[in-house]
Design a protein around this ligand. Sequence first.
Ligand code: NAP
Length: 292
Amino acid sequence: MAIIIDGKETARKKREEAAARTAALTGRGFVPALAVVLVGENPASLSYVTAKEKALTEAGMQSRDIRFPADTSEEKLLGLIAELNADPLIHGILVQLPLPKHIREDRIITAIDPAKDVDGFHPVSVGNMVLGRPGFLPCTPHGILVLLEESKILTVGAHAVVVGRSNIVGKPLANLLARREINATVTVCHTGSGDLGRYTRQADILIAAAGRAGLITADMVKPGAAVIDVGVNRVPDVSAQKGYRLKGDVDFEAVSVKAAYITPVPGGVGPMTIAMLLLNVVEAAENCLAHR
Ligand code: NAP
């Protein structure tokens, strides 16, 4: 039976670290603050934003919540970003994705000052990450690295297979896993990969970030592998209070019998994403204070 990786506990430690660093700043009269921008009423986005704002407050930081209706124009949103970039009381800017279809996410992300890009999605942040220079790392991939480290999962020489190549999870994660200090050999799979199992069965570390409930079945997993499930899928369930259940990309019951390590959904990667965001906000505030 696999060891279940407790993302909540590791996230708790990281949140404590963020709170301690925040207290040190606050003691100097400087309160880290994040602007959280939500456009529209996507229920999943709303719940992510609420969780992030709650975590910020618990860590002693400020969150400035900015809500816009779904029909807000791209120009209006760009105007807001320009204001937030110039606001000395705001250290980080988070625009919750996805944005409504008529707004080009690319344009919005690129408009954020890289010094306030605590999501790590700006091309400058991505470039710094690829080059191994200092900068904000994207929260979910960074959180996964921390989980691997905390669980003492050997990455050096391991074959890591990442299912998914999105800009926010798969691509940066693959890049980080190949860093010299991590030293995994990385395979990236996507919808063009054909027989997915052919690759996943070779994985010492298998990371599923496809957004397809139950995509990874037990026959696709090498015995003794570490399986990290990034997927968060709302699966309809009339017996559940909300009418749905959250499921990962991995068939947890069957895979946990075969793997050596596995993350649950919820309670695995998700809490880490928020914890790493808090640390990025503190870092942004610390950088700001250092450059005053
Ligand atoms: P995304 O932008 O939709 O990307 C999904 C990726 O998976 C794409 O690269 C896609 O391939 C690939 N894919 C989809 N179905 C596949 C299949 N059957 N076989 C192989 N590859 C497949 O999703 P995302 O934003 O990366 O998110 C992925 C999942 O993680 C979602 O469930 C999301 O909710 C969750 N997530 C969780 C957290 C967290 O904190 N826990 C954070 C971010 C995301 P193509 O490129 O070929 O289309």
